[in-house]
Design a protein around this ligand. Structure first.
Ligand SMILES: *Cc1c(COP(=O)(O)O)cnc(C)c1O
Length: 377
């Protein structure tokens, strides 16, 4: 019986709800028989990896390196990351996606006698790792719907909650946040960092950093030298177009990188992923083009949606949270039937909203046409 076999499973895991990812295109085709579907559900780069990355991967397969274990230290990639950020190699941790970094942090810093602190409507993985580690969650209420950053993080609330909960070991900040797309002012982040006791780790998730207006970005690199309890992470899954290969990395103090390294799987990045990330990092023109497409289309899509009377949260990322003023489930279903996969965010306590990734111009047009049809029905 399942009941008996799971008797010794961690209590946090037993009460856990698994992460629900955006639906793969194949699954929609299987379920509804819709062909020609497009996926705007997981915030991938609609241009995919750059031509240089594709060529490097093809050449590597031809050389047949795959029987050997990858470089477990990721030395070549780390050297490029070190140069990009002007940081020492031993302050970099590579992850199998930045999800892996979140997981490593949880394993090191969370347990039954500890708490993690994060915002309502924040990235779901923070909650999953907290619960999996049987740690307590301190969820800080978000800003109001009418705030300039609707449903965004409230760092004054974070600071208060930190004072009231001495067991907090780890604070997660997503900037921009997923699924709201909201951002924090750099001076507010730094003011918060000043208030955090040194034994509390602040994990600053910058998965969408490249998509932010440069004027709104904080100098996270400088903060790392000022606040040894800060760890910042980035990913190759979004602007670099490598979501399928799973590479992310963090920058931190040497001490923090050292403890993460102790629990890291010895070969957590596969050799194709390491190679692709190295080549992608060198192709900043491609990132720039991807970001420009996103900025242009994000503005166009936002305007069109607002013109349809819908609520669009201000986004500095590569997706929009769109409010329908009613349960968004039927809209989601209608879009699926039109072959357009978007992301319901009811599990983020935003049941009236759908999250839609910014696609290519053609994909966005297709989404708008499908949405008009669904709303007219
Ligand atoms: C997409 C995303 C990540 C990145 O996940 P990977 O594991 O690097 O693919 C991290 N944080 C947030 C908030 C995200 O939305």
């Amino acid at each position: 019986m399942t009941d008996q076999t799971l008797k010794n499973a961690a209590s946090g895991v037993l009460s856990l709800e698994a992460y629900s990812p955006g639906m793969p295109i194949e699954e929609l085709q299987r379920r509804l028989g819709v062909s020609n579907a497009i996926k705007l559900a997981s915030n991938e780069n609609p241009l995919g990896p750059s031509a240089k990355v594709r060529a490097a991967l093809a050449a590597s397969v031809a050389q047949d390196n795959l029987a050997l274990y990858p470089d477990g230290s990721g030395h070549r990639l780390k050297k490029k990351i070190a140069a990009l950020h002007d940081i020492a190699l031993d302050r970099i941790t590579l992850g199998n996606g930045s999800n892996d970094i979140i997981e490593l942090l949880g394993r090191v810093f969370l347990g039954p006698d500890r708490a993690a602190l994060y915002s309502a409507h924040a990235f779901a993985v923070y909650e999953i790792i907290t619960q999996a580690q049987c740690a307590r969650a301190v969820v800080v209420p978000a800003r109001s719907a009418s705030d300039a950053q609707p449903y965004g993080h409230d760092l004054a609330g974070f600071a208060q909650a930190l004072q009231a909960n001495a067991d907090v070991a780890l604070v997660f900040i997503a900037n921009p946040n997923n699924p709201t797309g909201t951002v924090l002012a750099p001076q507010d982040i730094e003011a918060f960092l000043k208030k955090v006791p040194p034994q509390v780790i602040v994990a600053l998730d910058e998965a969408y950093y490249e998509y932010m207006d440069p004027a709104l970005r904080g100098d996270t690199r400088a903060w790392l030298d000022r606040y040894p309890n800060l760890i910042v992470f980035r990913t190759f899954s979004k602007a670099y177009g490598l979501a399928g290969l799973r590479v992310g990395y963090s920058l931190s103090s040497v001490a923090l990188a050292d403890v993460l390294n102790r629990v890291r799987q010895p070969f957590n990045n596969n050799s194709m992923a390491l190679l692709a990330a190295e080549v992608a990092l060198d192709d900043q023109d491609y990132v720039q083009r991807s970001v420009e497409l996103n900025t242009r289309e994000r503005a166009r899509l936002s305007e069109a949606l607002r013109g349809m009377g819908l609520t669009v949260l201000p986004s500095q990322a590569n997706f929009l949270a769109i409010g329908f003023g009613r349960d968004a489930k039927p809209v989601h279903q209608g879009l699926l039937e039109q072959g357009v996969i978007v992301r319901p965010i009811a599990s983020y306590q935003l049941p009236h909203y759908l999250r839609v990734s910014i696609g290519t111009e053609a994909e966005n047009d297709r989404f708008l046409a499908a949405l008009r049809k669904v709303l007219a029905a």
